[in-house]
Design a protein around this ligand. Structure first.
Ligand SMILES: NC(=O)c1ccc[n+]([C@@H]2O[C@H](COP(=O)([O-])OP(=O)(O)OC[C@H]3O[C@@H](n4cnc5c(N)ncnc54)[C@H](OP(=O)(O)O)[C@@H]3O)[C@@H](O)[C@H]2O)c1
Length: 312
């Protein structure tokens, strides 16, 4: 099977290529190959030369605080072009002059995704869009696929609009929500486990949030979950997320213990204090993955993932 993938120079995309290169014939749709997802023509051109059976869309602006900085300018443009009225976005009114070739959160995460979803639908190629737990508000006990998103920051909002476009264009499309990926030693971007290990190595005193709950996801589970859903020809929304929930503080203690460092160096800090003057984060997001598990794909708990990383 031929798959075309965006974002293969990123954290998850790099691992996806490593793990799936022998299984699928992969075309990488990346900036260095002349594909800017905000430029519909560059994307369509590349696809036409080598028609895939499936498209996986990972590319995004993922810097949550950077996305928040884009919000004011993005909102001004949306209001001026009258595509956003109240909180209803009319995708058909988006003016490409405002977004083509731009690097803002809206340009990449919404306009870029719209381009891809439209081309995929025109060519009748199913699309898998990778989204995030940050589409949720974070005030419920658990989050399954039936709960409606309510993002608390601009990154989450733009990723949610991306979901809406992908859903509306083709009912064969898949939306995969990931959360807190870890476990792959990337040369490009450190995940939170490797970031912590780096700081522990330097002997730094760390402040970790103790009143936020997240769902860490082993990156190989994310990649193999994506493969599983494509091969099963599934459609709709799936949480491809880890099988346990942790506060960043508790996760840090587990990382320190696994790698043989002293966790007494950690300070507890509140979500409110840690993210002061930064984009707000969802508070408690325990992502339920039962829908995926019922299909026969199980993911690891954080402790299981850590054991694999250290080879225990
Ligand atoms: N990391 C997380 O914590 C997390 C959590 C949940 C969900 N996700 C989702 O998972 C997906 C992958 O995340 P990641 O952490 O692997 O991302 P990442 O490391 O930040 O990589 C982003 C990728 O997008 C590409 N890209 C950005 N703008 C582009 C454009 N205009 N045209 C073409 N490509 C462009 C980048 O290319 P360059 O390298 O050339 O800039 C890079 O390959 C994203 O959709 C993200 O929303 C991530």
């Amino acid at each position: 099977m031929k798959i075309a993938v965006t974002g293969t120079t990123g954290l998850i995309g790099t691992r996806l290529v490593e793990l799936l290169n022998d299984i699928f014939e992969i075309t990488q749709l990346i900036l260095s190959n002349g594909v800017d997802i905000t430029d519909k023509d560059s994307f369509a051109e590349k696809l036409k030369t080598d028609l895939p059976d499936f498209i996986v869309h990972l590319a995004a602006k993922t810097d949550v605080d950077g996305c928040e900085t884009d919000k004011a300018e993005d909102m001004d443009k949306l209001k001026n072009e009258e595509s956003l009225v109240g909180d209803i976005l009319d995708f058909n009114r988006l003016n490409s002059n405002n977004w083509n070739g731009k690097a803002s959160a809206f340009a990449i995460n919404v306009f870029g995704t719209k381009n891809i979803a439209e081309i995929a639908a025109e060519m009748d190629i199913p699309l898998l869009y990778v989204s995030t737990d940050f589409v949720f508000f974070g005030d419920q006990e658990y989050y399954d696929e039936k709960i409606s998103p309510k993002p608390v920051n601009w990154y989450g909002m733009t990723k949610y609009w991306g979901e809406e476009i992908v859903r509306s264009k083709n009912n064969k499309n898949i939306i995969v929500r990931l959360s807190f990926p870890y476990g792959y030693k990337s040369q490009i971007k450190k995940d939170f486990v490797w970031m912590l290990v780096g700081l522990l190595e330097k002997g730094e005193k760390l402040s970790l949030v103790s009143d936020q709950i997240v769902t860490p996801t082993f990156i190989d589970d994310a990649v193999l979950g994506i493969k599983f859903l494509i091969e099963k020809k599934e459609s709709g929304i799936f949480h491809v997320t880890g099988d346990s929930f942790e506060s960043p503080y508790d996760a840090g203690v587990l990382v320190a213990k696994s790698f043989g460092y002293d966790s007494n160096n950690f300070n507890k800090i509140s979500n409110e204090e840690y993210y002061k003057d930064r984009a707000r984060r969802p508070f408690h997001v325990r992502m339920k993955n039962d829908k995926l598990a019922k299909l026969g794909f199980n993911t690891k708990t954080f402790q299981e993932g850590l054991r694999l990383i250290i080879g225990a």
